[in-house]
Design a protein around this ligand. Sequence first.
Ligand SMILES: [Zn+2]
Ligand SMILES: [Zn+2]
Length: 230
Amino acid sequence: MASYPSTLLTSGKKLVSSKSGLRMLCVNDAEKSAFEINEPNWQVDCEQPVCNKCSKKFTFKIRRHHCRRCGKIFCSDCCKNKLALPRLSFVDPQLVCTDCLHVAKKEISLYENLVPILTKGAEFLAKENQSVFCKLDVKSLRELVFNCLSPDGYLEGVLLREIESFQCLTDPLEQNVDGVGLVGVNIKYKSGVELKTLKLMVPNSIINRKDAVTFLLTLQKVVRLIFDSS
Ligand SMILES: [Zn+2]
Ligand SMILES: [Zn+2]
């Protein structure tokens, strides 16, 4: 396994052998998804005489195990679960410590439950009440793209990693699915050296409103997750 060659498999991606296992990474760093994170640095064996969780002393019999999510050293009781780590692009499930178990589950849920809502997309009202369809680009998982429903309309894409702030606009008189009356968002993002603002409003039509609110609440969660882990 360790000598697996780093060869090209699919366009834009390559299989890389790391100390933990095989990872499927973008050939070009600029193409990596908004969710991808680097492998953690591994704690050095000699610097950690006891388990980070239960303080059991390591001996010839009680061996050290590195958590692949945080890189810290644990005993086999405190680092025994193998889980998929999609944000680290591992091909196979990896050993995680008990603290990282919930982090890994949350990240699996990101891919299984949240990302599909964003790639499905929803309709909004943007500048001058133009109808736009907004979705996360399914191929790159990096950029919000817009399809203006009027022929002369255009909105530039927004890279998720370039979002600086996400301000929810609420109206207590609105009865939306979230119960807080979300009517839109102001998104501040970097475009080159410029800081720009994008205002997306939930459309009035009852049919589109639920999708739009769900999309925005999901986007907020996802942006927070990216902020927290960068
Ligand atoms: Zn332990
Ligand atoms: Zn861990």
